[in-house]
Design a protein around this ligand. Structure first.
Ligand code: PMP
Length: 361
């Protein structure tokens, strides 16, 4: 018999060489403020919980794999038709479907950096090549540099507005110039995960989709709608692109409970708008308070604020937040992101940063 050592299953190097997605730490007790993951701090609405309970009684059955009712409701909400809608397990799931739909091995995906960490991860997993383009000095997308980064191998560009983790938005006129310069066979994703929190000039991404069929708008029920735990997001794109996204999705990828909760959340849009407005007002209050303390906080249009730091400054911030039982997200080489929640939690954040500013003075 053979004397060689037993061989182990061969794994793809794109997987073994990948640094895994590291989620924000989860709060393990009531005293810990969970401000690391841009979740909604509000408990689920009673009307949403009622639909979750009703659909829980039918979990012996598969969900509607085509998510017909949810897609129709999203279509009506956005102002498109259901054949222009694809849903997935979180917008990160839809993003994976997008990459699967357009990228072959070696194709290039251009995105701003720093931005959402899942971008380089999902691109690498698909065997495609991430092409990160540094943010501008004022924490926004460098759209001319992103145009310049496009090559014959570019199949996809990811725009994130408001950008995670900086909160900065793309201006409409800049987006229009960008879309005019991008080849029409390159898909441009506009990731609007935080759209609902924007109170300034709102970029009308759907209007750009109407004039540029290579645009795909990506949105989620995880943030303003408060359904992060259920995993449901959606993409708006031409019927041909949306059909490709549905084809690349895992069969039955959005659970029946998630579909029911998303529909109930659309029914509760007015109630949710009040919650979103409260978070946006708190964000502006925290921004002004931190600027008054001397921190250079960019204008955020999302449910978080961004503190750019040196590596030493980041370690100092992280240990101060840790000592105060506040979970935040630190980014090596870049800074710290703090989610906005209720006024009491936000006040704790301000106190920590006031203490550090005082110690430095
Ligand atoms: N896009 C951006 C910019 C995000 O920040 C996030 C969540 N951190 C997502 C997409 C994905 O969210 P989900 O999969 O929960 O919809």
């Amino acid at each position: 018999h053979m004397s060689t050592a037993p061989s182990t299953p061969r794994l793809r190097s794109a997987v073994t060489s990948l640094a895994p997605y590291v989620a924000g730490r989860r709060a393990t007790s009531a005293g810990i403020a969970p401000l690391a993951s841009n979740e909604s701090h509000f408990p689920p609405l009673p009307s949403v919980l009622a639909q979750v309970a009703a659909s829980a009684g039918r979990i012996n059955r598969y969900p509607d794999s085509a998510a017909v009712e949810l897609r129709e409701r999203i279509a009506a909400h956005v102002g498109v038709t259901a054949d222009e809608v694809a849903v997935g397990p979180g917008s990160v799931g839809v993003l994976q479907q997008i990459i699967e739909s357009v990228c072959d091995a070696g194709d290039e995906v251009v995105f701003a950096w720093r931005s959402f960490e899942a971008y380089p991860l999902l691109v690498t997993l698909a065997g495609a090549t991430p092409v990160p383009v540094p943010l501008t000095a004022d924490e926004g997308h460098d759209l001319p540099a992103m145009v310049a980064a496009i090559t014959d191998r570019t199949r996809l560009v990811l725009l994130c507005t408001p950008n995670n983790p900086t909160g900065v938005t793309i201006a409409g006129a800049d987006l229009d110039r960008f879309l005019a310069a991008v080849p029409s066979d390159v898909l441009v994703v506009i990731d609007e995960a935080y759209l609902e929190y924007a109170t300034g000039e709102r970029l009308d991404a759907i209007a750009r989709y109407r004039t540029h069929p290579n645009v795909c708008v990506l949105r989620t029920f995880s943030k303003a709608y408060g359904l992060a735990g259920l995993r449901v997001g959606y993409g708006i794109a031409t019927p041909a692109v949306a059909a490709a996204l549905r084809r690349t999705g895992v069969p039955f990828g959005v659970s029946s409970i998630a579909q029911a909760a998303a529909i109930a959340s659309l029914d509760a849009a007015d109630e949710l708008a009040g919650r979103v407005a409260a978070v946006a007002a708190e964000r502006d209050r925290v921004t002004l308070a931190l600027r008054a303390l001397g921190y250079a906080v960019p204008r955020s249009q999302a449910n978080f604020v961004w503190l750019r730091t040196t590596d030493a400054g980041r370690e100092q911030l992280l240990s101060a937040f840790d000592a105060a039982d506040i979970l935040v997200r630190g980014y090596a080489g870049d800074g710290v992101r703090v989610t906005i929640a209720d006024a009491a939690s936000n006040d704790r954040v301000i106190r920590v940063l006031a203490g550090l500013a005082q110690a430095a003075a």
